[in-house]
Design a protein around this ligand. Structure first.
Ligand SMILES: NC(=O)c1ccc[n+]([C@@H]2O[C@H](COP(=O)([O-])OP(=O)(O)OC[C@H]3O[C@@H](n4cnc5c(N)ncnc54)[C@H](OP(=O)(O)O)[C@@H]3O)[C@@H](O)[C@H]2O)c1
Length: 341
């Protein structure tokens, strides 16, 4: 396989008027953002950020007419770097793909080595995209909680937005490492799935303690938050002494209202998580863990849906996205991607 001589398909996100238009286009190889490694993309995925970018709700696009998709995995077809030989399997998550440079909704990509990881033989391109930014971010948060000195014996760990992509990977990883996990979701329909991933209990995130008191009964040794307020404020106020809360997302709100009391009276720590800019050595270390001792135990259950590349425009055009469990993988080259997993 070598670089394509004919134009190929990409999905571009174009800012037009007040919104974003998602458009399938055929472009030549030279029209892709430059990079020293050429990749034939097998799979991509759909993340919360991709939905924000495609709908223009989140001001994700830093450049107009960008190829969308913050994740990709595939095979190297052109390389000027011996660390990425032709035929090797690679993945890229975050790193500005689909935000500042062309991303994974395309048949091909050109990236630089700093943006890529070479996949461990234990992890196929499909499995890498079942994990995607969501699983990688859960691993980053878990690493931060471990570095904060919180082990499985420290007490319960609470995960919000637990049925979402990041949330269910966090539940699976923490439970697999022996932590007692409390999963928060607003949908009772996902209760059984979260218990099956290893959550010890599932709570309704709409029924958290509404008290405005600055400190509540200390319950959590650690937390992973995907929502922002009001859940994040409650998590901080109900954290145990020396607890660490990893702050990942703002699916409910970008706000955080708190007082200083949890920090100065209980020593609670907030750990900011940013999966977009991860230093290459840490990125490699986390992917090695994800292929090995942190390998998600229920990958197929946590990425239960697949879409074909040409189904993406209709998917992004849906006015309301229903509640879903876990991740959706995108099959880019149908001939390389079995339709069953
Ligand atoms: N910091 C980073 O590097 C990083 C990396 C990845 C993701 N993120 C962020 O993390 C968040 C989660 O990402 P994801 O990929 O897991 O998204 P996702 O798969 O869409 O999951 C979102 C979760 O949030 C819940 N949710 C949404 N709106 C809510 C509301 N108003 N009240 C309560 N729950 C609500 C959803 O519940 P329903 O199913 O009931 O809607 C679902 O459980 C997003 O904000 C994303 O941007 C950050």
């Amino acid at each position: 396989m070598s670089i394509p001589l004919e134009p190929f398909w990409v999905l571009r996100f174009c800012e037009e008027g007040a919104g974003v238009v998602v458009r399938r286009e055929r472009i030549p190889w030279e029209a892709l953002d430059p990079g020293s490694i050429g990749i034939r993309i097998h799979y991509s995925g759909i993340n919360y950020k991709d939905l924000l970018a495609a709908t223009g709700r989140g001001q994700i696009l830093r450049r107009n007419r960008l190829v969308g998709g913050i994740d990709l995995a595939g095979e190297v077809i052109d390389s000027r770097d011996p660390a990425f030989p032709i035929g090797s399997h690679v993945a890229a998550v975050g790193g500005g793909l689909g935000e500042t440079r062309d991303g994974g909704y395309a048949e091909y990509a050109r990236l630089d080595p700093e943006q890529l990881v070479r996949l461990d033989p234990q992890l196929s391109p499909l499995e890498a995209m079942q994990i995607g930014t969501a699983g990688f971010t859960a691993a980053l948060a878990y690493q931060a909680i471990r570095e904060a000195g919180i082990g499985p014996g420290a007490g319960p760990v609470v995960v919000s937005g637990a049925n979402g992509g990041v949330g269910c990977f966090a539940v699976d990883l923490l439970a697999g490492q022996g932590y007692p996990v409390t999963a928060l979701t607003r949908q009772s329909a996902w209760r059984r799935d979260l218990l099956a991933l290893g959550a010890r209990e599932v709570l309704d995130s709409g029924k958290i303690d509404p008290s405005p008191r600055p400190l509540l009964r200390g319950q959590w040794a650690a937390g992973i938050d995907n929502l922002g307020d009001p859940v994040l404020s409650w998590m901080i106020r109900s954290a145990k002494p020396q607890a660490a809360i990893a702050v990942i997302g703002m699916a409910a709100s970008a706000r955080l209202e708190t007082s200083v009391f949890p920090f100065i009276l209980r020593g609670v720590r907030l750990l900011g998580i940013n999966s977009t800019q991860v230093e290459p050595t840490l990125r490699k270390t986390l992917w090695r863990h994800l292929a090995g001792d942190w390998r998600p135990r229920a990958l197929a259950q946590m990425a239960p849906r697949q879409l074909a590349f040409d189904e993406l425009p209709a998917f992004f055009a849906a006015p309301v996205q229903p509640s879903r469990f876990g991740r959706t993988v995108v099959r880019i080259h149908p001939e390389l991607c079995p339709t069953t997993v």
